[in-house]
Design a protein. Structure first.
Length: 356
């Protein structure tokens, strides 16, 4: 039987995505060839790319609003660099909100391009909350934030108002909740957290913000060149893009973001209610900032670790260990994780309480 997969990434995908993508490797779309052995410029693959790009905009409610969706290589980590390359003017400045390991990774790259202002940071408290009430300089070229902090289990519930372009790393909560996505000028996400397998990065960019810096941008790092080449500047990662398309189709069939958001809220409520009720456990993130995707928690008494670990493993749960920088446990409840899997975890937590 399949395990209850709480992996933080690469993560669980819908079962039908695994089945259909396995089929496509053997015989893609009934053409008697594998998806892996056909040209990315074949009409069959071009159709995949076009549908995937269009479906992204449709699901985010961004059709006809001047946005382009791109499927690139290099992971979200390459976007840490591409964003300042494309958006920070020579002698310009950018504003960053430091909410975790990934945010600080983005800051590290931006610093090489110009003045990088950290508007606020929760680092002194080991990133256990999202800073609030900070000021964004009006003369910065853009503001960068991370919507969900995968490692620390915090999530931005609201986004600041500003007149400068807003860039957001949504790697671990894209397509998980309703937002007014038109408030963002550039969104990026490594596929492997909530959309597909590792190997492609989704970038959604409002085209009008590009072309405003006067620096040379290498072709592979230039969003405009990728747009002009319809996301096929070079050979795209065909398999992760196809599997991502299957996930997006699954999501659309389910009722899109509003439908999955309800399910995600139900899962998070179920688990956080137990974390708060059960005297053996504590959550590590500030309550008002708790992530609906990654719930981080610890055992109040570490001597129960062995018993708890045995119990959840025996219940068929996988991937519950917290990130090495935080310790404890992390339950990643991405879109494809069923509510039943969360119930299994909650039952194990209750079981531990009864045994002790
Ligand atoms: C995982 C993660 C990244 C890094 O993604 P890669 O695709 O491995 O480069 C960046 N940001 C966030 C929020 C993440 O969760």
């Amino acid at each position: 039987m399949k395990k209850h997969n709480y992996s933080a990434g690469p993560c669980i995908l819908p079962q039908e995505v695994f089945e259909k993508s396995a089929q496509a490797i053997l015989n893609f779309d009934g053409i008697d060839l594998s998806l892996l052995e056909i040209s990315h410029r074949s009409k069959e693959f071009v159709a995949v790319m076009e549908e995937a790009r269009a479906l992204v905009l449709e699901l985010l409610g961004l059709e006809g609003k001047g946005y382009q969706a791109l499927f690139l290589h290099g992971g979200a980590s390459l976007e840490f660099l591409m964003v300042p390359y494309n958006l920070m003017a020579a002698n310009g400045k950018a504003a960053y909100l430091d909410t975790g390991t990934w945010a600080s990774g983005a800051i590290k790259e931006a610093k090489h391009f110009g003045e990088t202002i950290i508007v606020a940071s929760s680092k002194p408290e080991n990133y256990n909350h999202i800073p609030k009430n900070y000021t964004i300089p009006a003369d910065a070229n853009y503001f960068h934030c991370t919507s969900n902090n995968t490692i620390f289990g915090t999530q931005m519930k609201s986004f600041p108002q500003t007149n400068i372009p807003v860039v957001c790393d949504m790697s671990s909560d894209i397509f998980s909740r309703s937002l007014d996505f038109s408030k963002f000028d550039l969104i990026y996400a490594g596929a492997q957290k909530n959309m597909g397998p590792a190997g492609t990065t989704l970038v959604v960019v409002k085209e009008e913000i590009l072309g405003k810096t006067n620096r040379y941008i290498p072709s592979m790092l230039d969003y405009q060149q990728h747009i002009d080449k319809e996301s096929m500047y070079n050979t795209p990662p065909v398999f992760p893009i196809y599997a991502s398309l299957l996930t997006l189709q699954w999501l659309k069939k389910l009722g899109g973001i509003p439908a999955i958001e309800k399910i995600n809220e139900a899962k998070a409520n179920l688990l956080y209610t137990e974390i708060d009720r059960n005297p053996l456990f504590s959550g590590t993130a500030a309550k008002e900032d708790r992530s609906n995707m990654n719930a981080t928690f610890v055992l109040n008494n570490e001597s129960h670790t062995e018993t708890f670990d045995k119990l959840w493993k025996a219940a068929g749960i996988s991937g519950l260990t917290g990130h090495r920088s935080v310790g404890g446990y992390r339950a990643s409840m991405y879109n494809a994780l069923p509510l039943e899997s969360v119930q299994v975890l909650v039952d194990v937590m209750k079981d531990l309480e009864n045994k002790i």
